[in-house]
Design a protein around this ligand. Structure first.
Ligand code: DXP
Ligand SMILES: NCC(=O)COP(=O)(O)O
Length: 246
């Protein structure tokens, strides 16, 4: 377990801006290199089935140039598994995907499709990728992840991020903290992410047992005003502060 919380910077929404106009800019490859220079511990990308933001070209170029690690988020489909075998990323995070959703609405139902997920984990293990499962903070899903042989889970923090009252925020936070403790007891490495921003991240980063947070939208949004390097540094400072206070 790392003494500090690692920051995976998700650069999907740099590509969202590019795809909005079909231009060559802004280039997520350039964004990834700047994020690494500013201290990102890894780069997360999610080539969706509809390729609404990250393109195959981005993934292939990033694999050539990244100095840290690529965390490839992908749906559990044959096409994506074949693509991962071509790219050979350091890490793969299996996520649920709905074509019409604005963003990933929940965690992967590992318990409900165990043999499919277990086969995907095995296939990805053969290319040496560290596999993580993007799941809701739910013991049922954690147990299923263990049975699938995944070494890592990423807990979906969306419910916490979207909660609208202090009571709902606290309840969602407790659910995450309990899930982290449970997953650690089961021997899993525990990451988390989704909807985290500059005002709600410190509390999650302070949970003992959290290894890495993957954060994208908020960092790219801040970068519009501060530049990407400062946006990454500001988020890293929050992670470091949380660990120092814990
Ligand atoms: C899997 C997840 O929660 C995020 O990485 C998400 O994939 C970011 O991309 P979208 O905003 O397209 O959902
Ligand atoms: N897996 C979560 C992620 O990569 C970042 O999600 P978001 O910060 O863009 O919501």
């Amino acid at each position: 377990m790392n003494p500090r919380v690692l920051l995976g910077v998700n650069i999907d929404h740099v590509a969202t801006l590019r795809q909005a106009r079909g231009t060559r800019y802004p280039d997520p490859v350039q964004a990834a290199l700047l994020a690494e220079e500013a201290g990102a511990d890894g780069i997360t990308i999610h080539p969706r089935e509809d390729r609404r933001h990250i393109q195959d070209r981005d993934v292939l170029l990033l694999k050539e140039v990244l100095q840290t690690k690529m965390n490839l988020e992908m749906a559990v489909t044959d096409a994506m598994l074949a693509f991962a075998e071509q790219v050979r990323p350091e890490c793969v995070c299996l996520v649920p995907e709905k074509r019409e959703e604005l963003t990933t609405e929940g965690g992967l139902d590992v318990d409900g499709q165990e043999s499919r997920v277990a086969k995907a984990c095995e296939r990805l293990g053969r290319i040496g990728a560290e596999v993580s499962l993007f799941i809701d903070p739910d013991p049922l899903q954690i147990d299923a992840a263990v049975r699938c042989g995944a070494p890592v889970v990423e807990l979906h923090t969306g419910e916490y991020a979207e909660a609208e009252t202090p009571e709902a925020v606290d309840a969602a936070f407790r659910t995450i903290a309990e899930a982290v403790a449970y997953a650690r007891k089961k021997g899993l490495v525990v990451n988390a992410g989704h909807g985290l921003h500059y005002h709600n991240t410190e509390r999650v980063a302070a949970i003992a047992g959290i290894n890495e947070l993957n954060i994208g939208h908020a960092i790219v949004a801040r970068a519009v005003f501060t530049g990407l390097k400062d946006a990454v540094r500001d988020m890293k400072a929050i992670l470091d502060q949380a660990r120092n206070r814990a």
